[in-house]
Structures are given as structure tokens and as C-alpha cells.
Design a protein around this ligand. Structure first.
Ligand SMILES: Nc1nc2c(c(=O)[nH]1)N[C@H]1C(S)=C(S)[C@@H](COP(=O)(O)O)O[C@H]1N2
Ligand SMILES: [Mo]
Length: 259
């Protein structure tokens, strides 16, 4: 039954497009390189693996109408980033900012905001639910995370997508406290999972996570990493932070915060 709901052709089509884009970069130069062969094989096996997983992972979070948008969308957690690096980027309106995509990928990426705006976009009006007991409905626009991951070409060992943020919510004695979060590949390739650069038709404010924040609509607010600087593909979470996959998961919250 769930297989019938999966738009299989469309998904394969998108993956093929991603692969095509990936190949354009180095194909002519290195087509006889065994490494390139390896990348292709990894990407293909990943596509099939992801597609299989998606059979049970494609239910959609509810979407709302423009009339439902909350007049005020609260900011929460860190609402400013207190590092020289971030302040310098902000001062130039993020012209020098790049999103680094690395780890278990065949093609590491450095994407500017313009690059991200040129990738396939999605706009969605959704409700944000914070564990502290408040909710707000907002209109988010951003690049689909799947389009970014397809361009980076995941290696077959990749299992988690880690979002490293610019802010330190705590400066703990053990050196942890920089905000981070992580999701599995089912949520990473979900159509509503986006790297948002706009809220309610305006560029993200610093409070809401400028220049880029995650929207992972089927999970609670703390999973929606703000101020994202780097996306790391990994096969394990135990060596990042305190090992539980996120700032709040490291401090006792659930890693999978499904709503
Ligand atoms: N980098 C970072 N991301 C974060 C947080 C944070 O403190 N730092 N707080 C989280 C929590 S608990 C919530 S509810 C939302 C708040 O998003 P908002 O400020 O846009 O409402 O961001 C999440 N993402
Ligand atoms: Mo939250």
C-alpha cells in the first residue's frame, strides 16, 4: 500500500538529475578513474536504499493557508550569535558566508546563499511546536535538503546528516555547547525538509537563524537548527558533541522528536 503512495518515478528522476549535475563537474576529466566509478556506484546504491526507506517515511506534515500565519513568530534559544566570525559575516549581509557540505560525500560543496536560492525551492506554511509549550505558524522558503545532498553525492556508508551551527548555547567545561542537530536519511530526503532562508516573505532575521536554518517539519522545534554553517554526512553520532546527536539530545531530550 505505502509503495503505491511513493512517487517512484519522480524520485528516481530527481536522483538522476542530481547525478547528472554531479557528473558534469569531473566526468570529462576523470571518466576512466576508478574513483569516479566508485562515486557513481555509491550514489546509485544510496538512491535505492533511500527510496526503499521512503516507502514508510513520506507522510506529510500539515500545511496551512496564508490566513493562518501567526502575527508574531516567537524567537527562542539563541537569538544572537556572539562570535567574531559570525558578526563579520552578518556585517556583510552574508556575502562571504558559505555552507560547507562534507563528511561521507563524494563531492564536498561550498554553497553561497545565491547558490542555495538557485537550487530547487519549496515554500510551505507549517506549524512550529516547541517543547516549551508554544507554537507558531509561519511561511518558510528554502532549498530542499535532498537537492543539496544529491549534488554532494552521498557515499553508501552515510546514515546521518549533522547540522553544525554558529552559536554556542552553552560554554561547557567539557568543550561542548556549540549548537548542533542531526537527522536520519528518511527525514533528510523528505520533501518538506528544507534549508530555509526566508520566513514570511522576508530574509531570515538573526533571531530566526540567519542566514540559513533547517526545517524538518515532522519533528519538534529544537531539531530545527538555526545559523547552519556546515552539513556533515556521517555513519555515527557518538563522536560529535556528547554523542547523542544534538545539543538538546546530549542533555536528555529525545534524538527523534517526532510530533
Ligand atoms: N542554532 C540553534 N538552533 C536552534 C536553537 C538554538 O538555540 N540554536 N533553538 C531551537 C529551539 S528550542 C527552537 S523552539 C527553535 C526556535 O526557532 P525560532 O527562534 O525561529 O522560533 O530553534 C531551534 N534551533
Ligand atoms: Mo524549542
Amino acid at each position: 500500500m505505502s509503495r503505491m503512495l511513493l512517487p517512484r518515478r519522480k524520485f528516481l528522476g530527481l536522483s538522476a538529475a542530481g547525478l547528472g549535475a554531479g557528473l558534469l563537474g569531473g566526468c570529462d576529466l576523470m571518466s576512466d578513474s576508478p574513483t569516479v566509478e566508485g562515486w557513481l556506484n555509491s550514489a546509485e546504491s544510496l538512491t535505492y536504499r533511500v527510496q526503499r526507506l521512503l516507502g514508510g517515511g513520506r507522510s506529510m506534515a500539515r500545511e496551512f493557508t496564508p490566513e493562518d500565519i501567526s502575527p508574531v513568530f516567537k524567537v527562542n534559544g539563541d537569538t544572537e550569535v556572539d562570535t567574531d566570525e559570525y558578526k563579520a559575516l552578518l556585517a556583510e549581509n552574508f556575502a562571504q558566508w558559505r555552507l560547507r557540505v562534507d563528511g561521507l560525500v563524494a563531492r564536498p560543496l561550498d554553497l553561497s546563499l545565491a547558490d542555495l536560492r538557485n537550487l530547487p525551492q519549496r515554500t510551505q506554511i507549517t506549524r512550529h511546536d516547541c517543547v516549551e509549550g508554544w507554537s507558531a505558524i509561519g511561511k518558510w522558503q528554502g532549498a530542499t535538503l535532498s537537492s543539496v545532498l544529491q549534488r554532494a553525492v552521498l557515499k553508501p556508508e552515510a546514515r546521518f546528516v549533522v547540522f553544525h551551527c554558529a552559536d554556542f548555547l552553552e560554554r561547557a567545561a567539557d568543550g561542548t555547547g556549540q549548537y548542533y542537530e542531526s537527522i536520519d536519511l528518511i527525514d533528510a530526503f523528505h520533501p518538506q525538509t528544507i534549508l530555509a532562508h526566508r520566513l514570511n516573505d522576508a530574509p531570515l532575521s538573526q533571531g530566526h537563524g540567519a542566514p540559513l536554518r533547517l526545517r524538518v517539519e515532522r519533528q519538534l522545534g529544537y531539531k530545527h537548527a538555526k545559523f547552519v554553517m556546515r552539513i556533515e554526512l556521517t555513519d555515527r553520532l557518538d563522536q560529535i558533541g556528547r554523542g547523542k546527536g544534538g545539543f538538546w539530545p546530549d542533555r536528555g531530550y529525545e534524538w527523534y522528536a517526532g510530533i
